[in-house]
Design a protein around this ligand. Structure first.
Ligand SMILES: Nc1ncnc2c1ncn2[C@@H]1O[C@H](COP(=O)(O)OP(=O)(O)OP(=O)(O)O)[C@@H](O)[C@H]1O
Ligand SMILES: CC(=O)N[C@H]1[C@@H]2OC[C@@H](O2)[C@@H](O)[C@@H]1O[C@H](C)C(=O)O
Length: 355
């Protein structure tokens, strides 16, 4: 018999490189199998600029350099975890459930690499750690992403769609009783890099986009990228953005402001195309604060957008990786073949124990 309450940390480093999200979580499961949660404390530990630069470049590293980086990042992550536990006087955790940071993601070639998931993460943090959630799925023929949808199904089934606006946008929904999910388009991974040209970390509230002009020709080129006409399951990675999106943006001679306006419109159109009119959409991820983007999406399709409280907006992914870890401890399915395209549903994640 498994226990019915769990206390874990959820740890996530997303693609937009703003920092490491850490959340202290409590989960409860009822006799009927209904899960409920509480986010007790949470914090985003911002990356120092040196780490941002390294993590951005790492996609081009040789195997040897990646190995060294993985060791260094695992030590860094363990230190963040230790400090969070000490600062919040957290005791008796069942596990730390940690995603690590994605460096390589090319599932069609059997490749996905999240760093920070070496066995030392457990010895250095002195906790049981559940991590490396994507590799098993790729080895089963899946995309290894997105993994959050099982959490959408178990924790947020009252919404028609769950939409996350992070580095990339992804959504999940139930179709004929089956959860489907996929990455929609890049969001902050591109908006942030365009904003950097203007000396800003991101387009706060979408103000730059609101005041810029949309370039129709660039917009058409973006909308015509073949990824958008593929059927799910499908997922995106930095490699795709570098190969297909940045070249289009770099070739365009319009101002950085107008590129932001054009890319925001591109995102708004891609997002709106995913949802049925009038449906309820839970919107999380930092992009939920891009009010102009949400307005433009609504201009294309009338929807009931629900932006929840700040903690859920910012820590939903850490929350769900916490749940994935708990499900793994119970050896229960935490990865859906209907979402990733793997050969079957499975329980993914590697468990490292201190002793
Ligand atoms: N006020 C704001 N206005 C516009 N954008 C914002 C605002 N606040 C945060 N963001 C955007 O949200 C980003 C952080 O989002 P989030 O933490 O959800 O991404 P992530 O977890 O790294 O990505 P992913 O979900 O793809 O892994 C910031 O980098 C920024 O681009
Ligand atoms: C390979 C990888 O790290 N993918 C991330 C990325 O960031 C957003 C999107 O692309 C999604 O596919 C995934 O993360 C979320 C948390 C997921 O697995 O559900």
């Amino acid at each position: 018999m498994f226990k019915t309450t769990y206390s874990v940390l959820g740890v996530m480093s997303g693609t937009s490189l703003d920092g490491i999200d850490v959340a202290e979580l409590q989960f409860k499961v009822s006799e009927e199998g209904k899960w409920t949660f509480k986010i007790v404390t949470s914090e985003t530990v911002a990356y120092p600029l040196t780490w941002v630069a390294i993590l951005k470049e790492a996609v081009h590293f040789s195997e040897g350099r990646l190995k060294t980086l993985n060791e260094k990042y695992t030590r860094y992550l363990a230190q963040i975890i230790r400090e969070f536990i000490a600062k919040n006087a957290i005791k008796n955790l069942d596990a730390v459930c940690s995603h690590g940071h994605t460096i390589l993601h090319n599932p069609d070639q059997g490749i996905t690499l999240q760093i920070g998931n070496l066995p030392e993460i457990s010895t250095l943090s002195n906790e049981t750690v559940v991590c490396d959630f994507r590799v098993q799925d790729v080895s089963l023929g899946g995309q290894g992403a997105p993994l959050v949808p099982i959490g959408d199904q178990l924790l947020f089934s009252e919404y028609d769609y769950c939409l996350n606006l992070g580095g990339f946008a992804n959504c999940s929904s139930e179709v004929d009783g089956v959860r489907i999910a996929y990455d929609i388009c890049p969001v902050n991974i591109v908006l942030n890099s365009l904003s950097e040209v203007l000396g800003l970390p991101y387009d706060d509230g979408g103000t730059i986009a609101r005041n810029g002009l949309v370039d129709k020709s660039l917009l058409t080129q973006l909308n015509n990228l073949p990824f958008y006409s593929l059927s799910p399951p499908k997922s995106l990675g930095l490699e795709w953005v570098q190969a297909h999106v940045f070249p289009l943006l770099n070739a365009s001679e319009i101002s950085a402001e107008n590129k932001i306006a054009t890319f925001t419109e591109h995102i708004a159109q891609q997002l709106a195309a995913q949802f049925a009119i009038g449906s309820t959409v839970l919107v999380t991820g930092g992009g939920a604060y891009n009010t102009y983007l949400l307005e433009q999406m609504m201009a294309h399709k009338k929807l009931q957008l629900v932006v929840p409280e700040k903690r859920l907006v910012e820590f939903k992914e850490a929350l769900i990786f916490g749940l994935l870890g708990v499900l793994r401890l119970r050896n229960e399915v935490n990865c859906l073949a209907s979402v990733t395209g793997a050969s079957h549903n499975h329980s993914t994640g590697v468990i490292f124990k201190t002793i």
